[in-house]
Design a protein around this ligand. Structure first.
Ligand SMILES: Cc1cc2nc3c(=O)[nH]c(=O)nc-3n(C[C@H](O)[C@H](O)[C@H](O)COP(=O)(O)O)c2cc1C
Length: 174
């Protein structure tokens, strides 16, 4: 199984979690790391290249820090342009059928905030519904999300453990 990890962090150098998580994947066979903000500093996405990358892999991981309960904007632009009619949806848009989609996020807020009655009111699975339904529409199987909360409060040991667990989560059979 070939895994494509789209990392979408506008400031990976200043990142603690996503940088460490991406690094954890570097030495894993059959995992391609594709750092969108690094590849497209001008945010002009090469749609053909991105579609070919999708075709070449079986599992697509979207890795990003949660920004305003969603993804950083370049990943949204990527969705708007790459998941095109006739490729990802529409009567002939069957190219991604049978793929797997997995969302991996870090949040600033703590785990307990992401529930009914917590200050963010909704669970992460609820907030990420647009990704789930996008998977449905493009014929991909939506896999359980991976998340790390309280990003600013984590000890170095917790970040290390999170990186190990992340690698296991995205490479296992589901
Ligand atoms: C513009 C912006 C929006 C953010 N929105 C949220 C949010 O909606 N919920 C949340 O829990 N954290 C939010 N955060 C915190 C980030 O998710 C957090 O800084 C990030 O996950 C830490 O990962 P990193 O070390 O890889 O940067 C936001 C941060 C920024 C800069």
């Amino acid at each position: 199984m070939k895994i494509l990890v789209l990392v979408a962090h506008p400031n990976l150098e200043g990142s603690r979690i996503n940088q460490r998580f991406a690094k954890e994947l570097q030495s894993i066979e059959n995992v391609t790391i594709h750092n969108l903000y690094e590849v497209y500093p001008d945010e002009k996405i090469d749609v053909a290249r991105e579609q070919q990358l999708l075709l070449d892999h079986d599992r697509i991981v979207l890795q990003f820090p949660l920004y305003w309960y969603s993804s950083p904007s370049l990943l949204k632009k990527w969705q708007d342009e790459v998941l095109a009619y006739g490729f990802a949806y529409g009567s002939d848009g069957t190219k991604l059928h049978g793929k797997e989609l997995l969302v991996a996020i870090s949040t600033g807020g703590p785990n307990e905030a992401y529930q009914a009655g917590g200050y963010n009111n909704f669970t992460l699975s609820e907030l990420l519904r647009p990704f789930q339904q996008t998977a449905n529409l493009i014929g991909a199987r939506y896999l359980p999300i991976y998340s790390v909360s309280s990003s600013f409060q984590l000890s170095d040991e917790q970040v290390e453990a999170g990186a190990t667990a992340y690698a296991a989560h995205i490479t296992r059979e589901w």
